[in-house]
Design a protein around this ligand. Sequence first.
Ligand code: HPA
Length: 274
Amino acid sequence: MQNITQSLNKTIDFLKNKSNDFQPEIGLILGSGLGEFANNLKNKLVIPYGEIPGFAVSSVSGHAGNLVLGEIDNKKVAVMQGRIHFYEGHDIHKIIYPARTLGMFGCKTVIITNAAGGINPDFVPGNLCCLTDHLNLMGKNPLMGKNPDELGPRFPDMSTVYHKEGIELVVKTGKNLGLDIKKGVYAALSGPSYETPAEIKMLKTIGADMVGMSTVPEAIALNHMGIKIIGISCISNYAAGISDTPLNHAEVKETADKIADNFQKLIRKVATEL
Ligand code: HPA
């Protein structure tokens, strides 16, 4: 059986062949409803996940499932348009495979985005929020198992997963665009059921500002590889019990759709200045 590095090398060979040796500087992983960004790249090449060796395919509506290579202004980017989630039943190693691919492909920075429920009382749906840190409450660490030493150390430091200067760049860029970018701690649960109000109370007590079902596995894997990470949540709804409205995926997608324009402007500016 081939190991993870052999498998990733095969994936990279496939991508380089297919793209005439494209060399991305920045990677992006786009969350629920935020995938439209990838459609507006210049000189783009769209590769469905189903064609890429080693990739699993997402079954969630709002997640297209393409790797899109292209350019924004002066930067070459590799964009994961949609992701697979732990709650779909995939092995956790499959969840981080696209993130590891971005790292192996040469991306120096990866911007990870998601839709999240707002717990912090200062957050309202439609806000964009930079991750300053996270709580891994998924019940799994994606680095479990034999360590691929070529990718990173057995016991990686996690003191600064989210790049400090990157956070400041996002906040400053947001300000210039008239956006009030929040900062906060993201708690990741496995899902797929949303949280109960009691669980949200607990998350608030232990320091979470927002909650979601993604991002953290990818961030752990990229941090392991020494890649700079910027995490941005679109606050798509009040978390359970923060308002009286029941949660649903349609609302999550609707809010993400509404802020898609601002989100695109922000990412475009941030990417050109990285
Ligand atoms: N909880 C968990 N995941 C989410 C939420 C939420 O409230 N909103 C968007 N993704």
